[in-house]
Design a protein around this ligand. Structure first.
Ligand code: DSN
Length: 417
């Protein structure tokens, strides 16, 4: 970064600080990951200079021959990876991917049935402060109070009662396998479109570790940067019959020029996701999440639904006499990064919460396995027990630094000096 250092030492410093933060902290935010150097190189390339409104070979501006190749590769690789008929790789984010799908499937004020935020849903799944909640009539489903898992009979009842035009499956804080076949059957009975937001589990789906929604859903949206481990961005999958409408809704409907450097990086990530190493990585992500549940349960923590089938787990802190906000702040003191999270039927507000959400995608990318996960669970337990003991928290932080030091973010760079 020698040019940046000369031209803008302040931003150079910000990036150096962030590199150190990522190196020195245990990143347990379930939606984060570390993209490969190849993805970073593509994303940091001159493709950022190019405007390319339109789609490959049908652009509004000249000079698009090479960015056309990048977008075509991204589309073809995503189609191959997810066995998809149609893919649009231009959405700048998952939120915009979801917006294009809503605009394609629905008229304003029509009814959607989607998962409640407090039970694991996402803001774009009908939250009143998001476009999805402002433009549409939202009916929410949650989880069963006892099992804390999706209750498909209950979802079917709601679908038949409210006759939504669209049913949305997928979540940000739900750790169990989702039965897309059952969702399809419910949607068919209710005469609704099925829309799956697979942003969190896209990497698991790509690797065949979680059943794919493609084939069951009319629309699938995703981000590229969570378990899929690509650049920050979104994409949409659907059947060919929606291709023209979705294309024109993404551009010119809700976006201008596509981010060609990001699209090139998405192409790299889709190629990486086809490899044997990626499949092994995703298997380890889930093994690590299961180990995390077991280790935390052994220390007396309550895990929502009792376990996980994915990369994430939701910890109910109620019995440990600490709320999510305090736990997040406390763990930060020991260089452990987590996010506070509502748990199903939470009695506390969204800004306090009774839980924390933990994910294993990022630490697994660093090479950590079950042994290290057990150690991390121990750090969390000790931090919670010693919340008023600064010396012990400092000791845990030192142990975290010992651990992160053994698992560099980009070992290739270290080996190159
Ligand atoms: N912010 C993401 C998450 O943490 O799940 C969802 O968009």
């Amino acid at each position: 970064m020698s040019y940046l250092k000369n031209i803008d030492p302040q931003i150079y410093r910000v990036i150096r600080n962030e590199i150190s933060r990522q190196e020195d902290n245990l990143e347990l935010i379930a939606s984060e990951n570390f993209a490969s150097l190849a993805v970073l190189e593509a994303q940091g390339s001159v493709l950022t200079n190019k405007y390319a409104e339109g789609y490959p070979r049908r652009r509004w501006y000249g000079g698009c021959e090479f960015v056309d190749d990048a977008e075509q590769l991204a589309i073809e690789r995503a189609k191959d990876l997810f066995a998809a008929e149609y893919v649009n790789v231009q959405p700048h984010s998952g939120t915009q991917a979801n917006m294009a799908v809503f605009f394609c499937a629905l008229k304003f004020k029509e009814t959607i049935l989607a998962m409640d935020l407090s039970c694991g849903g996402h803001l774009t799944h009908g939250h009143p402060h998001n476009y999805s909640g402002m433009f549409y009539n939202v009916v929410a489903y949650g989880v069963n109070k006892k099992t804390q898992m999706l209750d498909y009979d209950e979802i079917e009842k709601l679908a038949l009662k409210f006759k939504p035009k669209l049913i949305l499956a997928g979540a940000s804080a739900y750790s169990r396998e989702i039965d897309f076949k059952r969702f399809r059957a419910i949607s068919d009975k209710a005469g609704a479109y099925l829309f799956v937001d697979m942003a969190h589990i896209a990497g698991l789906v790509a690797a065949g570790i979680h059943p794919s929604p493609v084939g069951f859903a009319d629309f699938v949206s995703s981000t590229t940067h969570k378990t899929l481990r690509g650049p920050r961005g979104g994409f949409i999958i659907s059947k060919n019959k929606f291709a023209r409408k979705l294309d024109s809704l993404v551009f010119p409907g809700i976006q201008g020029g596509p981010l060609m450097h990001v699209i090139a990086a998405k192409a790299v990530a889709f190629a990486e996701a086809k490899t044997k190493e990626f499949k092994a990585y995703q298997e380890q992500v889930v093994k690590n999440a299961r180990q995390f549940c077991e280790s935390l349960k052994n220390k007396g923590f309550d895990i929502i639904s009792g376990g996980t089938d994915t990369h994430l787990l939701l910890v109910d802190l109620s019995s440990r006499n600490i709320n999510g906000k305090l736990a997040q702040e406390l763990l930060q003191k020991a260089n452990i990064t987590v996010n506070k999270n509502l748990i199903p039927f939470d009695k506390l507000s969204a800004s306090i919460t009774s839980g924390i959400r933990l994910g294993t995608a990022a630490v697994t990318t660093r090479g950590m396995k079950e042994k290290e996960i057990a150690l991390i669970a121990d750090f969390i337990d000790r931090a919670v027990k010693n919340r008023d003991n600064p010396q012990e928290l400092a000791k845990i932080k030192k142990e975290v630094l010992d651990l992160t030091g053994k698992f560099p973010l980009y070992p290739e760079l270290k080996n190159n000096g």
